[in-house]
Design a protein. Structure first.
Length: 421
């Protein structure tokens, strides 16, 4: 099965790094360090090869991928030599990226160019254009399956998400040009209603509306999110259970994050930042229910580029009322941490779809800060869930998805397309 990976925010840092990495693996100029699916136990699954991915997508920016990758390489990630090795591949991928929508994206609109889909179409028309682009991508490259992954910038949260608790309510709002539906949910609806797996790697709403979850269940399509867990929150989900397990009382957990890329710029806006803060801070609520103070800050520091730093101060109490503290600093490349997880999720979502496993995918919880349908935030327990999934599936053959009635035909499905080179 040749897999198409269709990225929302395809010209952004995370998407660019993921595509550079996949092509670099194919060219043999990098290895698979960072990919969860490249190690045991996930390596036992019959997953589509990263080196065979065919990339396409939408973005509201027009900067060529080669230029974006070169700009990123000035900060060291990806290395300039790797960008040079895959530069022609990026040029080919560029031809498969089209202008998308930034409806209700708040400050992210500042990054947008001209001729957005909403400039000429109703919301229903925007969805139809997204679906037409997906179908054209699939047919033009003889793809067996297309997974849609949202890696766009953070957007404001809808003020009244409960209004979309049923599929009928969401579709009625869509036809009425509802002024609250965000771009991420338009993409989720477009993908799910066409029977395409949808993964939301952002804190955006995406498919986390009752009506879209109903749609995914009805169509038997896998979907999952929200907000990739890559840095400070990853540490919290590993360290907080340690304090709880040792019966140490955490009195306060203060976190301060600074980053310098476009995501940091967008997060300067309070409306865009709200969803991100909720997903980063909410991890501790279930792990440390007696936590007295839990605060997260995110600040934009332009000079950092794609790098981010997080300082955490944990004030805790032990035996005999002894007060102690843990202080830690996390410094990492935002895109280098996120990109391999995007590739992992593309492989695992396609695997689930091939076997007819629709709806939410709880075994993917370890990839997300706010995993949909999962209340467990203990990282080790989330890993156990993934391992149990692998144990149950290793060696299984695929279930045909051809039996599922798809809105979009898959002409030529299963024929290997030309590689991205």
């Amino acid at each position: 099965m040749t897999l198409g990976v269709w990225l929302i925010g395809a010209r952004g840092n995370v998407a660019t790094t993921a595509m550079v990495g996949a092509r670099a693996i194919d060219h043999g100029v990098t290895d698979t360090t960072g990919l969860v699916t490249a190690r045991e136990p996930c390596a036992r699954l019959d997953l589509p090869g990263v080196e065979e991915f065919v990339f396409g997508g939408h973005d509201v920016r027009t900067e060529p991928l080669r230029e974006r990758a070169a700009a990123l390489s000035t900060d060291g990630v990806p290395p300039a030599s790797v960008v040079d090795a895959v530069a022609e591949d990026l040029d080919h991928i560029d031809d498969r990226i089209r202008t998308g929508t930034a409806v209700n994206c708040g400050r992210a609109l500042e990054l947008a160019g001209d001729d957005l889909l909403e400039d000429e179409h109703s919301l229903r028309g925007v969805v139809e254009r997204i679906q037409a682009d997906l179908t054209d991508f699939e047919r033009s490259h003889d793809l067996g399956r297309v997974v849609v992954i949202n890696v766009a910038s953070s957007e404001p949260m809808p003020a009244t998400p409960d209004r979309y608790d049923t599929r009928a309510a969401f579709e009625a709002a869509l036809d009425d040009d509802d002024d609250e539906i965000p771009a991420s949910s338009l993409y989720a609806y477009a993908a799910l209603s066409d029977g395409r797996p949808f993964v939301n790697f952002t804190p955006n709403t995406g498919s986390a509306l009752g009506g879209l979850e109903e749609l995914a269940e009805a169509r038997g399509v896998p979907h999952m999110g929200r907000d990739g867990k890559t840095g400070e929150t990853l540490l919290k989900s590993a360290l907080a259970p340690m304090f709880a397990g040792r019966n140490l009382h955490v009195m306060s957990w203060e976190g301060h994050n600074i980053l310098g890329n476009d995501d940091g710029l967008v997060l300067e806006d309070e409306e865009n930042q709200a969803g991100k803060l909720a997903s980063k801070g909410g991890v501790l609520d279930g792990l440390l229910p007696d936590l007295e103070h839990n605060r997260v800050r995110i600040d934009y520091t332009p000079s950092l580029g794609d790098w981010k730093t997080a300082w955490d101060h944990v004030h805790f109490q032990g035996f005999l009322g002894t007060e102690m503290k843990l202080q830690l600093t996390w410094e990492g490349s935002d895109s280098a941490l996120a990109a391999p997880l995007v590739l992992d999720l593309a492989r695992l979502a396609a695997y689930a779809d091939e076997r007819g496993e629709g709806g939410l995918q709880p075994h993917l919880a370890s990839f997300f800060k706010s995993p949909m349908g999962v209340d467990e935030h203990d990282l080790s327990k989330q890993f156990v869930t993934l391992e149990a999934y692998v144990e149950a599936h290793a060696g299984d053959g695929p279930t045909s998805v051809g039996e599922r009635d798809r809105t979009a035909d898959t002409a030529g499905a299963g024929t290997k397309p030309e590689a991205d080179e």
